[in-house]
Structures are given as C-alpha cells and as structure tokens.
Write a protein that binds this ligand. Structure first.
Ligand SMILES: *Cc1c(COP(=O)(O)O)cnc(C)c1O
Length: 519
C-alpha cells in the first residue's frame, strides 16, 4: 500500500499535490505484472535510452548540486501518487531522465577519468532479462543456466590463462573488492587452517601480507577485515613506472621475515588503479614458490588483457598465480558488477569459508550440486552476472572485447605521444594499459607542493566546466592528472581538445594566483 510509504511523517512537509492512495488492491497489483503494462514501461525507457546512446556530444560529468537533485527526488517521492496510468508513465519517464542526466556520462568521449565502462548495449538487454528471471547463480537448483555458463566460461578463459585444466576453478563475485577479500581468505585458510574455527588468537606467529605500494584500498581493507591489520602490510617498493621491483621485493620479504612476520600472501597488480601498471608476475611467482607464499594477482583492471593475443604477453607469468581477480564490468564492458575470481587449484577455493549449512551445502555432491558455488563465494543470493558477459562472448566471440581493449590501449599510447612532444606537459610513464598519468607544467618553476596543488585545482575546474572529465592521483605526495580511456570513440582530437581545456583552465588559475607558490 503506497500510503504506508509515509508512516509517521508530519503531513505539513508533504507537497499539496500529494494524493495518498488508500489501497491499491490486489487486482491493481496484478495489473502491474501484465504484459501490457511492462511493454509500455519498457518501450518508453528504451526510447529514452536510444536517445541517450545516440548523443555523441563531448561532455564530462554533470556534477549537479545535490540540493537540486534532492529537490527533484523529493518531489518524485512525495508528489502525486495516483491511480492514473498516464501519470505512472510520466513519472517513470521523469525518473529515467533524471537518472541519465545526472552523474558520470560513460558513453561520451568527454569521459576520460574513471574505470567505469559504458557497457556494450546488448549486455544491458541481457541484464534486464537477468533482473526479471531472477536466477541466483550460487545454486544450480535455482540458477541452472548461469551455473553451467560459469563453468563453460571458466574453460573459455583458461584457454588464454593456462591454469592446470584439471585443477583450476572460476566463479563470479559481486565486484573486485569482494573477490580480493575472498582470495585473501583462501590464502589465509591455506596457511592457517585453524583460523576459521578458532580465530587468529592462538597463533604464535605474526601473519602478514606483502603488497605493491600502489595497492588498491580493497586489499588494505581486507587486511583489516581479516584481522591481519592494515599496519601489518609489507609494502613492496616500486620502480619509476610504479611496478614492484623484484630486487626490492626480495629485500622487503627478507626484512619482514627477520622481523618475525609470516608473509603468507603476496598481492601483485595486473593493472594498478592509479597507473595501470603491471607488476613482474614471473619474478614474483618465483619468489612466492621459493618461499611457499600464495600469489594473488589483482587483475581487476588489467586481467582482461589475456583475451587479446597482442596484449596478453604483458601478463607473462599470470598462469603461475594462485588466484586472480578480473573485473569484467571494467575492461570487458559489461554491466556492473561482474567479477571473475580464478584459483589455480580449486581445493584451495574452499579454504576461504570452511562452513557447513545443511540448508544449502550438500555433504555428498551429486550431478547438480557440483555446479554450486555457494561454498566458495561470499554471496548467498548472487546475481547471474555471467549471463551478460556470456551473451556477448557467444554472439561475437572474445574479439569484440579484445579489439575494443586494443583500441583503448593504442589510444592511450597515442595520448602519451602527444603529451611527450608538448612543452607544457609531462607524461609520468609509458602506459601499459589504458591509464595514463601526467602533469601540466607552467612556464615558471614551482615547488613540488605548488605543482601538485596546481594539478588538483586544474582537475576541479576542468570538471566544473563540464566538457571533460579527468581524474587525479597523488604520486609520492604530489598530485597528477590521470586519464582512463574506456570509450573507443575517443580520438586524438578529443585528447588535444582536453589538453587545450587544461591549458585554458591553468591560465585562469595563474591569473588568479600570480604568486606561483600560493596555489
Ligand atoms: C577497481 C579495482 C578494484 C575494486 O574493484 P570493484 O569491482 O570496484 O570492487 C580492486 N583492485 C583494482 C586494482 C582495481 O582497479
């Protein structure tokens, strides 16, 4: 009953046109499930999406004042609930409009600043089918097709990954952060099998995790959740391109052992968030093997390079990882969240959650329950996220993903070339993926602090102008600008226009702050 939406509210707050519906009635509820009603709503929303997808204008982030959005949301929430069908349609149209106009504009070539992707539209169509069909993917009984598809797709991916085909496993999780946490739980479970039941209190040694100094926050967060402690992370040193240096890693691991730390897991990046840097996986795998340490590769951003014959060599050594996270919602361009978590040895996957629950986990497996993943993934109800990725793959093969990714990495290299010859910019690394960090250099010499502050101010003002959306990262305490090219429609012209925008903004800042150190 819609009138129940506002149980204890002071009615004076409610707009005048608010007409509470006393009772909607089960027949009217049933009407909402009628195909006529669904068809009207769906075709109307699809028309709006067609217009949205057709808009190729260069625009950044529409960073609307939250007060404005709040007013619109409040009006829609409180105003005008009626039993009038036309009114329902109008409201849905308004909701979809508001949705599409606010926030990040992932399909525009002005969007160059984050890892969110504009999915292949067909994958969104499948996602809608998933939402209606509601077949949770943790249990074969409930979601037979997604469970089987996960298995088939794991074999598809393993053609490029090269894990032992009789031992490896893959299942989906809701996001890279959760996949990372799950893999670290499994790594902990291998070294400390008693930890699940008894907790970590009884262990004499000091469990620790070694990570790239450019580790994603989901890993440091996982260390906190696992009771390892964020401060007990051993940070491995990086080279100029922000990759772990093997010699530095060896030294850091030796020093950690000398301090009495028991490093049970190394986390390497295959595409770090800030630089897109790929750590030397082969060397790290050697180190992990020598010392009996689990190697987890956080390939949330760059793991998908394996599907491209041209880009795959950048991930040499990946087949030696114990576990791998790969975000298909980032660089495989499907709706979020869709993450693939691989283990080289499927027996290790069950070490993450050593649990029994008679209502879901079978003690004796049968032909159906063998396809369950609930004992290995965190989620109970899990969206059948694999379906949109599978449909894309089934229709176009890996080629659609591989070629889009290659185009993005190529364009990022071209952007690097443009920056390299510009006197007023400096690229900070040769991009290994589709991420590139750089700085704007004014004519006059600035201290590192002022130079960093200038980049931060540039990024805010570029965003506020609304034409381009770029991001910012801090590198050794000094800010830099960051591009993440997720849209294959971005051309070198767009890159040049974006740099002109940075220049224009930088000039206005220099005029406002003539004392170079002030900013
Ligand atoms: C994006 C990212 C994550 C987090 O993944 P979500 O899917 O956003 O939870 C983890 N690690 C790296 C390197 C990432 O780039």
């Amino acid at each position: 009953m819609l009138s129940r939406l506002l149980p204890d509210r002071d009615m004076s707050e409610i707009p005048e046109n608010f007409l509470p519906i006393e009772s909607i009635g089960i027949e009217d509820i049933d009407n909402l499930f009628e195909s006529k009603c669904f068809s009207r709503h769906a075709s109307q929303a699809i028309d709006q999406l067609i217009t949205y997808l057709g808009d190729r204008s260069t625009r950044g982030l529409a960073l609307t004042d939250p007060a404005g959005i709040r007013a619109a949301v409040t009006r829609l929430t409180l105003g005008g609930q009626t039993s009038d069908t036309a009114e329902h349609d109008r409201k849905l149209a308004e909701i979809v409009d508001l949705y599409l106009q606010t926030g990040i504009q992932v399909y525009s070539p002005g969007y160059m600043g984050r890892q969110f992707s504009g999915p292949f539209p067909v994958t969104a169509v499948v996602d809608m089918v998933s939402a209606i069909a509601t077949q949770p993917a943790s249990f074969y009984e409930a979601g037979a097709l997604p469970c089987v598809v996960e298995r088939v797709m794991s074999e598809e991916f393993n053609r490029f990954l090269g894990f032992p085909s009789d031992r490896f496993t893959m299942f989906t999780t809701s996001g890279g952060s959760l996949a990372n946490l799950t893999a670290l739980l499994a790594a902990r479970g291998r070294r400390y099998p008693q930890a699940w039941g008894e907790g970590m209190g009884e262990t004499d040694c000091c469990p620790a995790i070694a990570v790239s100094s450019d580790v994603h926050y989901s890993i440091t967060r996982a260390a906190g959740i696992l009771g390892i402690g964020e401060n007990r992370l051993v940070r491995l040193p990086l080279d100029h391109a922000r990759r772990i240096t093997p010699a530095g890693a060896r030294e850091a691991l030796d020093a950690a052992a000398a301090r009495g730390l028991d490093v049970f897991c190394i986390v390497a990046n295959a595409g770090s968030t800030s630089f897109g840097a790929i750590d030397p996986l082969d060397e790290l795998a050697d180190m992990a093997a020598e010392r009996g340490i689990w190697l987890h590769v956080d390939g949330s951003h760059g793991g998908s390079l394996i599907v491209s014959d041209r880009l795959r060599p950048r991930l040499a050594g990946l087949n030696r990882a114990d576990s791998l996270t790969l975000d298909a919602h980032k660089t495989m361009f499907v709706p979020a969240a869709c993450t693939l978590l691989f283990y080289r040895d499927r027996d290790q996957a069950t070490a993450a959650f050593r649990q029994e629950a008679s209502y879901v986990f079978e003690n004796t497996s049968d032909v159906y329950s063998e396809y369950n993943s609930a004992d290995r993934n965190f989620e109970c109800t899990k969206r059948p996220m694999i379906m949109s990725l599978w449909a894309l793959w089934a229709m176009y093969g890996r080629t659609a993903i591989a070629e889009k990714l290659e185009a993005l990495c190529d364009m990022t290299r071209k952007a690097h070339g443009i920056l390299s010859v510009a006197p007023d910019f400096v690229p900070l690394h040769l991009p290994e993926t589709n991420i590139l960090c750089f700085r704007y250099l004014p004519n006059e010499q600035l201290s590192p602090k002022a130079l960093g502050a200038l980049q931060t101010e540039i990024r805010s003002r570029v965003r506020a102008r609304g034409r381009f959306f770029i991001s910012k990262v801090d590198i050794d305490g000094v800010s830099a600008l960051r591009l993440v090219l997720m849209n294959h429609r971005i051309t070198t012209d767009h890159i040049r226009q974006m740099l002109d925008e940075v220049r224009a903004v930088a000039l206005t800042i220099r005029e406002e702050f003539p004392q170079s150190e002030e900013i």
